[in-house]
Ligand binder design. Structure first.
Ligand code: TPP
Length: 375
């Protein structure tokens, strides 16, 4: 395995000391090392992976130095556009080093949302004309690969990708853990909101622990899962899925259970919700200021005013709370209000260690929800 310090020092020896990206569970150790050892001008957790490519391009324009973008392969979709129309040699020809965590690698068991992306990870790079290597787990060989990658980027000014398999980096535990002093757990908050739903309501929940906690809540109550669309992938798009449903089902309240990282990833969706203004839409953001599901790296969620943003784009009302008593009051009040409504619930980081995963497949989930929405 590769020691994270060795890897980052090797990149540093070639002048690569600017990082931007969206964290990934598979890159948890390297992301933690970067967080602890680079200041916040040299490590920017971006809103989405495309934004990270933009940051690396800007860094290059200002310094002539190659930047590094870290991401899960699910972020390939978000980077294709800036790779094709910004960094590509047919456009501005700007070098960037991509570090791509390879979830769903064929032959390695992974969750359903990673299977397709895992199959096409290398093919997408090939189609984009991006040279790449699978990073070796042997330090000496990895150092040779980095030397090759840098030589190539310097000679051609083109993007290069290092694809990272599971268990490539040694363990590194984040020292600079951003704790918030919040006490309500996300799971408890989810249970309180889910329990307040009307009989005909439906939920679209975002990727990661939020959907897993919602699934377990239903199981624990002996309920079916037909009212919940558990968006296992497609990070940042839950509010738009919910909007699509809400506009066609005005007699049902449609709830979006979002995370701060996901809401920020495609925050523009909030403006579209507000402009379409479905009265039956409620957007709940469980804000722990972190990408909790992939290692707890910070988001700007608790540093910005999400309620003010919701109000400014035109949600009918916005509420914020960090405790169950007020949450219960807000939920009672919300019943009598027209949406779109925005509710921020500030929660502590972390999850139950024995939290399970949905036992239904995505297609079973879709079929059950569509049947439920028909009545
Ligand atoms: C496009 C994309 N990039 C990255 C990921 C990896 N990923 C899965 S969950 C997650 C964090 C979600 O954070 P947030 O929405 O704040 O919810 P939390 O986990 O904190 O409850 C990330 C980065 C992904 N699934 N898709």
């Amino acid at each position: 395995m590769i020691n994270p310090k060795f890897f980052i020092d090797t990149l540093g020896s070639y002048g690569i000391d600017f990082f931007a990206g969206v964290p990934d569970s598979l890159l948890k150790n390297i992301c933690a090392y970067i967080s602890d050892n680079l200041d916040d001008r040299h490590n920017i957790i971006a809103a989405n992976e495309g934004g990270a490519v933009g940051l690396a391009a800007g860094h290059y324009l200002a310094t002539g130095k190659i930047g590094c973008v870290y991401m899960q392969n699910s972020g390939e979709g978000n980077v294709i556009n800036p790779l094709a129309s910004l960094t590509d040699k047919d456009v501005y020809n700007i070098p960037v080093l991509l570090l791509i965590g390879w979830r769903g690698r064929p032959g390695v068991h992974d969750e359903p949302q990673h299977v397709k992306q895992g199959k096409v990870t290398l093919a997408l790079l090939d189609t984009m004309g991006i040279a790449h290597a699978i990073l070796s787990k042997d330090e000496a060989e990895a150092a040779r690969q980095i030397a090759d990658a840098v030589a190539r980027m310097k000679a051609t000014n083109e993007v290069y990708a290092l694809v990272i398999e599971k268990d490539t980096f040694d363990t590194y535990a984040l020292q600079d853990v951003h704790q918030n002093d919040l006490t309500l757990s996300r799971e408890e908050a989810i249970q309180i909101v889910a329990a307040a739903l009307g009989e005909k309501d439906a939920i679209v929940s975002t990727t990661g622990m939020i959907s897993r906690e919602l699934f377990e809540y239903r199981t624990g109550k002996g309920q079916g899962h037909e009212r919940d669309f558990l968006t296992v992938g497609s990070m940042g798009h839950a509010s738009q899925i919910a909007l699509g449903i809400a506009m066609e089902k005005p007699n049902r309240r449609i709830w979006c259970f979002d995370g701060d990282g996901a809401a920020i990833m495609h925050m523009g969706g909030m403006a579209i919700v507000a402009e379409k203004a479905p009265a039956n839409f409620i957007h709940v953001v469980f804000n722990n200021g972190a990408h909790d599901s992939v290692g707890g790296q910070p988001t700007v969620g608790l540093d910005i005013n999400l309620c003010a943003i919701a109000k400014a784009v035109g949600y009918k009302a916005a509420f914020s709370t960090d405790n169950k008593e007020d949450l219960a009051v807000i939920l009672r009040e919300a019943k009598n209000l027209d949406g779109p409504l925005f509710i921020q619930v500030c929660v502590k980081k972390g999850n139950r260690k024995d939290l399970g995963r949905p036992t239904t497949t995505p297609i079973q989930n879709k079929d059950a929800l569509m049947a439920y929405l028909k009545d």
